[in-house]
Design a protein around this ligand. Structure first.
Ligand SMILES: [Ca+2]
Length: 477
């Protein structure tokens, strides 16, 4: 194709050239004609690229005519054919180019979409990874928590087992102490008999009741190591001296004393709108005697007249008949209301008795009797109780129908004087299952030759001294 084009350009030059053109002289090229034609102008044919043709090109005009015409026709035909062929090819190429252009733009779009999809997939993949890591972390935390819970549970179980073990050992020790006290008593009796004592002192039988559940968290007390009674040494035989006070004790500090009254009992004070516990002035119907008493107005709708209270060992309860008859102690602390006062109050109507007991772990239990009154002093204030209900056990029942005994007036059914052994004043039997006016021991279980603590046999046995006790009266609803 290329040689054909060059021939075409040469032919065009031959037609356009004139003889004597100066351009022919400047050009240097291969000769087209024989050497005999030298010396004539325009004897050469120049092959010049199309874009460089800026003027006339001379060619030999003296070549044989027939050759020139034949070549020209052939070339023209060839050129035309080539041209048409090129045109078709150009059109084809143009089509291809157009198609390619569309494809390129489509490809571009696809690439763009692909990139978007890739970034979206990457984003989702990262999210997925994040979720997986987060879940793995959560699972780890959960596993750690589970293991901690398991560890704590195991510790708790170990402690519970240890606690139960200690509980069992403590119960065994308490039982041993109880048994040993009984054994010591027996041995002492044997010793006295063996070594010539012909008249051994008669002692009351010890309370043998050892409940299944002795209150825990207490410890043994020792009368040598401890001084349990703050006001009076434990076991002291101080016979209380009668005092000039109408209640047998110094006037109590003026606390919560209601300015109103006197009332016939604390229930009447409660009915009159006095809802605060404290000291009230009472006067029984058939008596001219004024009584100072503590009214419990917060417990079970109030209206309770407190007859007796123990709570800290600050008052000695080992006293004579006169003291027990008139009363002693501190109204806002430990006190005994007095048998005559109790007798006068209780005979006003139908009353019930509530005994509230608190052990050394702060647990409170109670014993309630459906009725309560005393007989007169001529009958040594004989006790009359109704039926029991409560959760402390009925340890007071065996005292029902018994007269009151003090150290100086023995009315119990035992051959000796129960007040001597139990160190208090009480409606002793021989001698009984409870001793709420006994010695206040700190700590619960105590050691003593005789059972002289503040015990309630059904709750704690004879060698467990309660921490706090209250005896209260209220009319039957
Ligand atoms: Ca007796």
């Amino acid at each position: 194709m290329q040689p054909a084009a060059w021939n075409l350009y040469a032919l065009l030059c031959l037609c356009a050239c004139k003889p004597g053109d100066s351009l022919s002289e400047k050009a240097v090229s291969r000769p087209r004609r024989s050497p005999d034609e030298d010396g004539k102008k325009c004897a050469y044919t120049f092959l010049i690229p199309q874009q460089k043709i800026t003027g006339p090109i001379c060619a030999s005009a003296t070549g044989p005519e027939p050759d020139l015409e034949r070549v020209t026709r052939m070339d023209i035909a060839d050129v035309r054919e080539v041209l048409s062929k090129q045109r078709r090819e150009i059109e084809t190429l143009q089509l291809v180019v157009d198609v390619d252009g569309n494809m390129v733009s489509e490809m571009k779009l696809l690439r763009k979409e692909s990139r978007n999809m890739n970034s979206r997939v990457t984003q989702l993949y990262m999210q997925l990874l994040h979720e997986i890591i987060r879940k793995r972390d959560n699972a780890l935390e959960l596993a750690q928590l589970e293991s901690r819970v398991l560890n704590v549970t195991a510790d708790m179980l170990r402690l519970a087992a240890r606690y139960k073990e200690l509980e069992v050992r403590f119960a065994a020790l308490a039982a041993t102490v109880n048994n040993q006290s009984v054994l010591i008593m027996t041995l002492e009796e044997q010793c006295l008999r063996t070594y010539g004592r012909h008249d051994p002192p008669v002692v009351p039988p010890l309370v043998q009741v050892v409940p299944e559940n002795i209150p825990l968290n207490h410890h043994f007390t020792n009368e040598i190591q401890r001084n349990h009674n703050r006001a009076f040494p434990r076991g002291s035989r101080v016979d209380a001296l009668p005092t000039n006070s109408p209640l047998g004790f110094p006037p109590p500090p003026p606390v919560n004393l209601s300015s109103e009254g006197p009332f016939r009992d604390c229930y009447q004070a409660r009915q009159a709108g006095h809802g605060i516990s404290g000291m009230y002035l009472l006067k029984a119907d058939d008596s001219d005697r004024l009584i100072q008493a503590w009214c419990e107005q917060g417990l079970d709708n109030g209206g309770w007249t407190v007859l007796q209270r123990r709570r800290d060992g600050s008052v000695n309860f080992f006293r004579n008949w006169e003291n027990y008859k008139k009363g002693f102690g501190n109204i806002d602390g430990e006190y005994w209301l007095g048998l005559e006062n109790i007798y006068n109050l209780a005979k006003q109507g139908d009353y019930r008795l509530l005994v509230e007991l608190e052990d050394w772990v702060g647990k409170k239990v109670y014993a309630e009797y459906s009725s309560f009154h005393l007989e007169s002093e001529n009958e040594s204030y004989r006790l009359r109780l109704g039926t029991y209900q409560g959760n402390a056990g009925d340890s007071f029942g065996v005292h029902n129908g018994k007269q009151f005994t003090t150290l100086d007036r023995d009315k119990d059914v035992f051959s000796g004087n129960c007040a001597h052994f139990h160190k208090g004043g009480w409606w002793y039997n021989a001698c009984g299952q409870t001793n709420l006016n006994g010695v206040w021991y700190s700590g619960g279980v105590y050691r003593s030759k005789f059972q002289d603590g503040i015990f309630w046999a059904e709750y704690g046995g004879g060698f467990y001294s309660m921490k706090a006790v209250r005896m209260m009266l209220r009319p039957i609803d």
